[in-house]
Design a protein around this ligand. Structure first.
Ligand code: 13P
Length: 234
């Protein structure tokens, strides 16, 4: 069983989500399917797909115009939330410290956070990939976390660029994440790979050790692109 998560980013419509839910209804798979959609689309019912948000406030409630709390997300029936996605880190200056507060907020509302870590092209070229990944995991996940968490490795230079790391690079990154999680008492935490996943590379990526699933951006928007990823592995 793999975890196949879609991240719609700021795309799609409620009708499009309803269509996606209908299209996935009869897909034969034992994999867990999660769709992380814009807040305004949460609440669309599905007995097949788990819904998730893409961000959450560090605060529970109060005078924080424009923010949405973890409790509010949970009240829609959503079970997951992406936290610390590279686009939040890049465009909203989210640091590991902020991400950790969001993880805490998500967990206390009963949501499973999908915590993203990964290196930029500059960091990769400076030979800092492993350092960024390890500190990302250690600093973005609170010490007292229970096991209700997912980690996603998203090499930031590869996202939306049609680029993918080599199998060896993915294997090395996921092994480091698995070892780091083990040192934190979180062994068994699912580790997803995300960046330019598509039907043609999904099975190979998910055959790499310590890759427990994928977090898919662009190719999760249309059933014709998403279904082949879901059915590429048992
Ligand atoms: P793409 O699959 O479009 O590269 O996006 C990956 C991503 O950011 C998923 O969170």
């Amino acid at each position: 069983m793999k975890v196949i998560a879609g991240n719609w980013k700021m795309n799609g419509t409620r009708t499009g989500l309803t269509d996606m839910v209908a299209a996935l209804q009869n897909v034969e798979t034992e994999n867990k399917i999660i769709l992380c959609v814009p807040y305004t689309m949460l609440g669309v019912e599905s007995n097949r797909i788990y819904m998730g948000a893409q961000d959450v406030s560090t605060h529970d409630h109060g005078a924080y115009t424009g923010e949405v709390s973890a409790q509010m997300v949970a009240a829609t029936g959503a079970k997951y939330v992406i936290v610390g996605h590279s686009e939040r880190r890049q465009y909203h200056n989210e640091t590991n410290d902020i991400v950790r507060q969001k993880v805490t907020a998500a967990l206390s509302a009963g949501l499973t956070p999908i915590v993203c870590v990964g290196e930029t092209m500059d960091e990769k070229q400076a030979g800092k990939t492993m350092e960024i990944i390890e500190s990302g995991v250690k600093e973005s996940i609170p010490n007292d976390t229970n096991k209700n968490i997912i980690v996603a490795y998203e090499p930031r230079w590869a996202i939306g660029a049609g680029l993918t790391p080599t199998k060896e690079e993915i294997a090395e990154a996921h092994k480091l994440i698995a070892d780091t999680l083990m040192s934190m008492g979180l062994s068994g935490t699912p580790i997803l790979y995300g960046a330019s996943v598509k039907g043609s590379n999904a099975a190979e990526i998910m055959s790499i050790p310590n890759v427990d699933g994928v977090l898919v951006g662009g190719a999760s928007l249309k059933p014709d692109d998403f279904i082949p990823i879901i059915t590429s592995v048992k």
